[in-house]
Design a protein around this ligand. Structure first.
Ligand code: FMN
Length: 324
């Protein structure tokens, strides 16, 4: 599958997640066969006003261990979006993605994210402003609509295509569902029938078989995974195996712990020890989810402020597991 002139690797993509898909998560996902990844969302306006802020430097941090990665922008102002794109044209990210899906109140109340689904003409102008400024493909990520009475993903996908978007990602929940309820994959199928650009399906893929089912049921060109990759970068290997009709061997508890420690170390590289250890808590909780004694281990880990204490606790946990 191509996004504009880019030939994308096979497999599932890692979806953008604010506070989650920073460099560390993208590197670990790439190692496990993720096809491509998208950064956390970056405010076009915030970036234009303070391009060198610490938060922006952290968000834009990338290195050679990354695979194919797109940079997601959000905003509601044509001049800000095109200015941000111009300034970021030379960044290593190989495409831009435009956020029309974020349901958060503070984003929507500024007319950004999923609020744009209520203003299709404006949304089209914003996509066009990015496309004109970009020397890379621009993709658009949408929801199914604002609420049940306003399902307009097909309209937004058509407008995005007409405005020059190279692909569209569909997360078929309405804004008012936030992340609850079930994604309605029928909406992905409808969008696929309505546009010629590639359609990437997203929502509720939790295993290899889910990915196959979404591809089969919706006809979408590729799939994208968000929450199921939290603490589980192996989902990408699992999906690749399913696509190739191969079996998948899940990671051992030891592999999980090793990945958790590496994840923490990469977070520390970016944010320093204090913040990196704090940031790692949620990831560690995801890595150990469902394992015996995980609640106790989580409580223990959350009490530590230093890298070595956390790493030791995880090490001890593995030894205890091995001893049964
Ligand atoms: C913690 C979190 C942060 C998210 N941040 C973003 C974001 O920055 N940009 C975006 O387009 N979607 C964001 N999303 C939505 C996901 O990309 C995805 O569309 C949604 O979670 C549905 O996919 P899933 O069922 O595989 O989780 C976020 C989701 C979560 C759970």
């Amino acid at each position: 599958m191509n996004i504009g002139n880019l030939l994308m690797p096979p497999g599932a993509a890692l979806a953008p997640m604010a506070g989650v898909t920073d460099l560390s998560m993208r590197v670990l996902s790439n190692e496990q066969g993720c096809a491509w990844a998208v950064t956390e969302m970056l405010s076009a306006k915030g970036y234009v006003y303070a391009p060198e802020s610490r938060a922006h430097r952290e968000l834009l941090k990338t290195d050679a261990r990354e695979g194919v990665t797109g940079l997601q922008l959000f905003g509601s102002d044509e001049s800000m979006l095109s200015e941000a794109v111009k300034r970021l044209n030379d960044s290593p990210f190989v495409f831009f993605d435009f956020n029309m899906g974020c349901p958060a109140h503070k984003i929507v109340s500024n007319g950004e994210g999923s609020a744009l689904m209520r203003s299709p003409a404006k949304a089209g102008r914003l996509v066009e402003s990015m496309v004109k400024a970009a020397r890379k493909p621009v993709t658009v990520k949408i929801r199914s609509g604002w609420d049940r009475e306003h399902i307009n993903a097909v309209e937004l996908a058509r407008i995005s295509e007409a405005s020059g978007a190279a692909a569209v990602v569909v997360h078929p929940r309405t804004r008012d569902m936030f992340y609850s309820g079930e994604a309605d994959w029928n909406v992905i199928a409808e969008v696929k029938k309505a546009v010629r650009i590639p359609v990437i399906g997203n929502g509720d893929i939790r295993c290899g078989q889910d990915a196959l089912r979404m591809l089969r049921e919706t006809g979408c060109d590729a799939v994208m995974v968000a929450r199921a990759a939290q603490g589980n970068p192996w989902i990408f290997r699992e999906i690749l195996a399913a696509l190739n009709g191969q079996s998948f061997i899940p990671p051992s508890p030891e592999e999980r712990m090793r990945a958790a420690v590496r994840h923490m170390d990469m977070l520390i590289d970016t944010y320093g020890e204090k913040l990196g250890v704090m940031e790692s808590r949620k990831h560690i909780a995801w890595y150990i989810q469902g394992m015996p004694g995980s609640a106790r281990l989580r409580a223990r880990v959350n009490g530590f402020a230093s890298r070595n204490e956390v790493a030791e606790a995880l090490e001890e946990y593995i030894t205890a597991l091995e001893r049964g």
